[in-house]
Design a protein around this ligand. Structure first.
Ligand SMILES: Nc1ncnc2c1ncn2[C@@H]1O[C@H](COP(=O)(O)OP(=O)(O)OP(=O)(O)O)[C@@H](O)[C@H]1O
Ligand SMILES: [Mg+2]
Length: 253
């Protein structure tokens, strides 16, 4: 079981789009995926059309509930979801200063049956607060989506610093598994330059696959479907399938 946090404190970098569609592409390839939504905006939960989530993952942070008890099947083959809800918005305040708060999710993941899923993907909110730190403490891998704009690169150093701190104090196993360029408009020179600069800086950490700007990706949340179902022949579906292949290849060494 690979546990991959999808995080970037910069808002709108493509975290949720990547989490939902990578999960679906891995599921389509025959892998079993658990997607955990850690964002109080609960956009990944809504994307999969889940409405009866109750308090969702808040339960594990506030009521000591078991993660396993509220996992739901998603409409996409192979994908299950631990939903989020707006209730989660208060969690930062409630957990501030509580002993062991950063490792609540880790203890939950350690309890999951190890062979039920091949991948656990964690969709993080756009902050470096307690929820994202929980994800970084619980996961072994971090996937960082970055929007292909110069501005978007500046936050990367801060994120990588946080990763260092988490590694030192909470999770020595955490490694950056890949940086993913998202919303790449290949018609513009700017986007190409940003991707080049990213490769110069972070080298082999950057996935070969880039996610192109594709309007179909922006449309599909309203239809409660991942791109692989909403428009299986779109560029967005092709890109997320390519990413899934690249991620599965990482296992071959
Ligand atoms: N490749 C793409 N092509 C077109 N639109 C995209 C693409 N990727 C993401 N978007 C759009 O960009 C916006 C931000 O994407 P997304 O919600 O995935 O980012 P996020 O990092 O999860 O945001 P937040 O920080 O708010 O959680 C959304 O409106 C989404 O539909
Ligand atoms: Mg999001």
């Amino acid at each position: 079981m690979r546990t991959i946090a999808i995080a970037n404190q910069k808002g709108g970098s493509g975290k949720t789009t990547t989490c939902v569609n990578l999960a679906a592409a891995l599921g389509e390839a025959g892998r079993r995926v658990l997607m955990i939504d850690l964002d109080p905006q609960h956009s990944a939960t809504a994307w999969y059309g889940i409405k009866n989530a109750g308090k969702g993952v808040l339960g594990i942070f506030m009521d000591n509930a078991r993660l396993e008890d509220f996992i739901q099947a998603a409409a996409a083959p192979g994908v299950e979801v631990a939903p989020s809800s707006a209730w989660l918005v208060g969690v930062e305040k409630v957990l501030a200063g509580e002993v062991g708060a950063e490792t609540i999710l880790k203890r939950q993941l350690d309890r999951l049956p190890p062979d039920r899923w091949d991948y656990v993907l964690l969709d993080c909110p756009p902050t470096l607060g307690i929820l994202t730190v929980n994800a970084l403490a619980a996961a072994r891998e971090l996937l960082v989506p970055v929007e292909a704009h110069v501005m978007a690169l500046s936050g990367l150093a801060q994120l990588l610093h946080t990763v260092e701190v988490v590694r030192d104090r909470l999770n020595p196993d955490l490694k950056v598994t890949g940086i993913l360029a998202c919303r790449v408009d290949s018609r513009t020179r700017h986007a190409r330059e940003v991707v080049e600069r990213l490769r110069e800086r972070s080298g082999s950490l950057v996935y070969r696959t880039v996610i192109r700007e594709n309007i179909r990706l922006a449309e599909c949340p309203s239809f409660g479907q991942p791109i692989t179902q909403y428009d299986p022949k779109s560029a967005g579906a092709a890109d997320y399938r390519a990413l899934a292949q690249e991620i599965m290849e990482q296992e071959r060494g």
